[in-house]
Design a protein around this ligand. Structure first.
Ligand code: HQG
Length: 182
């Protein structure tokens, strides 16, 4: 875990809100791949931002949530969007098993409907159980679900790996889900 102080955490949350969910709230336009112009972001932001603060937030971010373009002029969130962006990720061969962390209160619905992206573009999965446990704990009493990702891939389902190593897929039918003991 990289070190993130309070100011960096606040900035990360703000960037997540604007770049994943609501650029329109500050009149910011993202391109179709989700990139914002850094100068325009600084100018339009409703919190104090500078290039240095943005660069430090990107570099020290515990989950590496954001990416800067090679020339540093543009920034985007690497995953987690609720708005319609095309990150340009190619389908990849997933590991045999992937994990999804959720909370007990969602399980009744998940058993019926499978995993759905909800507000986001994709269902978010991890290659390790510990990450899933942390994600699930954000919502309540955690439940860890495993799914046979490689087998699903072989049956034609597409999986994508974000720049910050989060596995993404459209949905997961409930027949594939196994509840493992947290
Ligand atoms: C649940 C964080 C009822 C799903 C994390 C989850 C992740 C259902 C919740 C990223 C359901 C949605 C995403 C169904 C799924 N019925 N509930 N059929 N299908 N759910 O926050 O995966 O820190 O949108 O299990 O690390 O928790 O923000 O998704 O509990 O990568 O960078 O509905 O957000 O990253 O919650 O988290 P979320 P998530 P950051």
């Amino acid at each position: 875990m990289r070190s993130m102080n309070k100011k960096l955490i606040k900035t990360s949350k703000y960037l997540s809100f604007v770049l994943r969910h609501n650029p329109g709230s500050i009149g910011l336009q993202l391109d179709e791949a989700g990139w914002a112009d850094v100068g325009e972001l600084i100018e339009k932001a409703s919190v104090p931002l500078s290039r240095a603060l943005i660069e430090e937030t990107v570099e020290t971010n515990d989950k590496q949530r954001f990416a800067l373009s090679d020339d540093g002029s543009r920034i985007r969130a690497s995953q987690g969007h609720s708005i319609d962006v095309n990150l340009g990720l190619e389908p990849e061969v997933p590991p045999e098993i992937l994990y999804h962390g959720t909370a007990t209160r969602f399980m009744h619905s998940i058993r019926k409907q499978g995993l759905l992206p909800g507000n986001r573009q994709f269902v978010h999965l991890s290659a390790d159980e510990e990450t899933a446990r942390k994600v699930g704990s954000r919502h309540g009493v955690p439940v860890i679900l495993t799914l046979p990702a490689l087998q699903m891939h072989e049956a034609g389902q597409e999986f994508y790996l974000s720049d910050n190593q989060v596995w993404l897929t459209d949905r997961v039918a409930s027949k594939f889900l196994v509840e493992s003991k947290g």
